[in-house]
Design a protein around this ligand. Structure first.
Ligand SMILES: [Zn+2]
Length: 256
């Protein structure tokens, strides 16, 4: 692989989109070529700085305007490229197109680091809603915690704490695997009257315990806490008070 190939692959490598063969070839070349290694390091550093500093999300109305502008500047007919080009320049469409492209790239630049927290909450709510719609609430349907826990242990490389809270008004109805935050995670399913509580569990980035934090979005409530190296996200449309009660009971009853 030559340095020219490397330049072509650099962006893909930065955003993690290379296939395995190209990614390995890239890493091999970088180990041996100081010039490409330097270019790679610089781009990584730039990316890190941009992600850290670009805190602001472009407002929705800007997104809508860009979308509308893209839709109105329809692709030109391919049969007459020269006359299309002349016409476009003459009537200013070229300038509009350029402005749209520039605005779009500014938008991507501003918005791509995103508000990770909001995106993540949306992801949690989407998983909760999907579990209700797709008739896929549980992979293992039982209120027996001694069945659910080993079932997870056989599917995951970690073991979420499981406890039944039937006596307290939050019966365990089962568990399933879900895909969140680029990984397969455990979803414990509880009920509160006719409402469902999805409790997503996976190893936390920190071993420090944290108290419950409630947030609300789109008519759903999310309760997050960490304990004994595990992160917990309870999502439901029950009242925030019920969700806090659930967290308190789960924390008290679940083995740490
Ligand atoms: Zn090179």
């Amino acid at each position: 692989m030559t340095c020219v190939h490397m330049t072509a692959l650099l962006h893909g490598r930065l955003v993690g989109e290379l296939d395995l063969v190209n990614a390995l070839a890239f890493e091999e070349h970088v180990r041996q070529c100081p010039g490409c290694a330097e270019a790679y390091r610089e781009q990584q550093a730039l990316r890190t700085v941009l992600r850290r500093q670009a805190k602001y999300r472009a407002p929705d109305h800007l997104r809508q305007r860009i979308q509308a502008a893209i839709e109105t500047s329809a692709p030109a007919p391919m049969l007459e490229p020269v006359s299309w080009w002349r016409r476009s320049v003459a009537n200013g469409r070229w300038a509009t197109g350029f402005a749209v492209a520039l605005a779009a790239s500014v938008f991507l630049f501003i918005a791509s680091p995103g508000d990770d927290r909001q995106d993540f909450q949306s992801e949690l709510i989407a998983s909760h809603v999907r579990s209700r719609l797709a008739d896929h609430l549980t992979d293992v349907a039982t209120s027996d915690q001694h069945t659910v826990k080993p079932w997870f242990s056989s599917k995951l490389d970690y073991s979420p704490p499981v406890t039944d809270l039937s006596g307290e008004g939050f019966p365990l109805v089962g568990g399933r695997l879900d895909y969140l935050h680029d990984r397969v995670v455990a979803a414990l399913v509880y009920k509160r009257h006719e409402h469902v509580i999805n409790l997503f569990v996976w190893p936390a980035a920190t071993t420090a315990d944290s108290s419950a934090q409630i947030s609300s979005r789109e008519g759903f409530h999310i309760c997050h806490w960490t304990r004994s190296g595990m992160g917990f996200w309870a999502v439901s449309d029950v009242s925030p008070a019920d969700l806090e009660e659930f967290e308190r009971l789960f924390r008290a009853r679940a083995p740490s």
